[in-house]
Design a protein around this ligand. Structure first.
Ligand code: CP3
Length: 343
């Protein structure tokens, strides 16, 4: 069993630096596009055998040290009663946006076993099919990022509706965050019961907030999710897409690993986060579009800076770009394993 990834999460010694890639299953892989020609994205998410098949594709092709469940952070939001659609090239669309107290009151907290059984089945199929080859990472969105999609009705450029809800009706925003916290705690817990061996919590858009507002209106909810997952004794990873300003606050979270975006060098992130955290990241996804020699040099620099942290799991700073050559991703994994050898 390759347990490098789990050992690194727990700060145990490893033979070399473990590596996986955010969005490692997806549109840059021809074998994924082959499945998508026959089935739309939500059908793949909701059919355990298909979700398991595409989860394993990058494990087989790239040699990464972990599999991440193929799904989407918005799947439990649909189970809360928000209509969800994906349209090619436009990103997710979620109804008209739940912007007032009555729309927020109408949302329900789903029962993962009853309403999201297909995700739990995918986890069970995967544990059987992976057969210990690599550990399986489960995941969930965190309340703030999920709230942004629910309130805006999709991806937003300025988050105007979300910002005015937080400002003008903090009580209604807190009700929404409480429902999302309950949803996330139950959902992540059910994935662990089904066999997920670590949980990555995505708070992609939290970096748009001033640290003080984040501390007041978001941190308590994220804290509750992280603590509940940690009580289940699996490693917890926190990700946000623009973390520099928030790191002095994020260091208060009960998580094992902080995933760092490409804008903050890992040695600087280690200073801002303080001791105690394993850091994940943070090669710029754009680097994978460059010639092989440049990719290896950039990976080497990330590895060197990562040595300053309490432990390092190699990854990109954000998801892999759809126009990446799979061969570049495979070569990166090999380079990290070669250059990251310990001792
Ligand atoms: O990492 C993995 O390989 C696991 C699968 C995974 C997906 N989405 C698959 C996906 C994970 C962990 C996510 C998380 C996710 N989804 C986040 C947080 C991480 C991040 O990147 O910031 C967010 C914000 C979403 C919401 C979402 N879903 C967006 C913005 C998009 C892109 C829309 C587009 O058209 O580009 C999706 C769709 C999506 N999720 C795809 C995949 C492979 C593309 C679907 C397709 O067309 O096949």
């Amino acid at each position: 069993m390759n347990d490098r990834f789990l050992r690194a999460c727990r700060k145990q010694p490893v033979d070399t630096v473990p590596v996986w890639i955010m969005r490692q299953a997806g549109r840059y892989l021809p074998e994924y596009m082959e499945v998508r020609r026959k089935h739309d994205f939500l059908t793949v998410c909701k059919t355990p055998e298909l979700a398991a098949q595409v989860t394993i594709q990058p494990v087989a092709r790239l040699g990464v040290d972990a599999a991440i469940l193929f799904s989407d952070i918005l799947i439990p939001v649909e189970a809360m009663g928000v209509p969800l659609e994906f349209h090619e090239g436009r990103g997710p669309i979620l109804g008209r946006g739940a912007r007032d107290r009555s729309a927020i009151e109408a949302l329900r907290v789903p029962d993962p076993v009853r309403d999201l059984g297909f995700v739990l089945d995918a986890v069970r199929v995967l544990r059987r099919e992976l057969a210990g080859r690599v550990p399986l990472i489960g995941f969930s969105g965190l309340p703030f990022t999920l709230a942004s999609y629910i309130v805006e009705g999709g991806k937003s450029r300025d988050f105007a509706a979300l910002r005015s809800l937080m400002q003008d009706d903090p009580g209604a925003f807190a009700v929404l965050m409480d429902k999302l916290t309950d949803t996330t705690v139950a959902y992540a817990g059910a994935q662990i019961s089904a066999g997920a061996q670590a949980i990555q919590l995505f708070d992609t858009w939290a970096g748009i907030l001033e640290p003080e507002q984040y501390r007041r209106q978001v941190l308590p909810h994220t804290f509750r999710v992280a603590q509940a997952v940690r009580l289940r004794r699996v490693p917890v990873i926190h990700f946000t897409a623009d973390c520099r300003r928030l790191l002095p606050v994020l260091r208060e979270l009960p998580v094992d690993v902080l995933s760092i975006d490409q804008r903050v060098p890992l040695d600087e992130a280690a200073r801002l986060a303080g001791p105690g955290f394993v850091l994940q990241g943070n090669l710029d996804p754009e680097v994978l579009l460059r010639p092989a020699g440049e990719v290896a040099d950039a990976a080497k620099e990330v590895l060197e800076r990562g040595r300053q942290a309490g432990g390092h799991i190699f990854n990109l700073g954000h998801g892999i770009l759809p126009r990446t050559d799979p061969e570049a991703a495979r070569a990166l994994v090999e380079a990290v394993h070669r250059l990251g050898r310990q001792g």
